[in-house]
Design a protein around this ligand. Structure first.
Ligand code: ZN
Length: 98
């Protein structure tokens, strides 16, 4: 079973709805609600639906890409949000890959 199969599991589908509802159906990083929303896992262990809600948060796909690149997002968050959008985050990650 692959990870994407796991994410199709009804137990995970239910869990992510819970997280979206808790977070008011908007990104907790940039606050947008007009982009595709995803659930970010701050910790991974066991099956995705077994992770306590406090380690899960609603993010848009852009912020999720940003977080998933392993950038210390907290330090960039204010700058990215206020001035540059998430583009700077992508640039940083590209620089890092060089
Ligand atoms: Zn966002």
């Amino acid at each position: 079973m692959t990870y994407s199969d796991l994410l199709k599991d009804p137990r995970w589908q239910k869990k992510r709805l819970e997280i979206f509802m808790r977070d008011g159906w908007k990104c907790r990083e940039c606050g947008r609600n007009d982009l595709e929303l995803q659930v970010h896992h701050e910790k991974y262990f066991g099956d995705p639906w077994e992770i306590p809600n406090k380690f899960l948060k609603t993010v848009c796909f852009k912020c999720h890409a940003c977080i998933s690149t392993g950038i210390d997002f907290t330090s960039f968050k204010l700058i990215t949000r206020q001035k540059f959008g998430v583009e700077i985050c992508k640039q940083k990650s590209m620089e890092r890959q060089k």
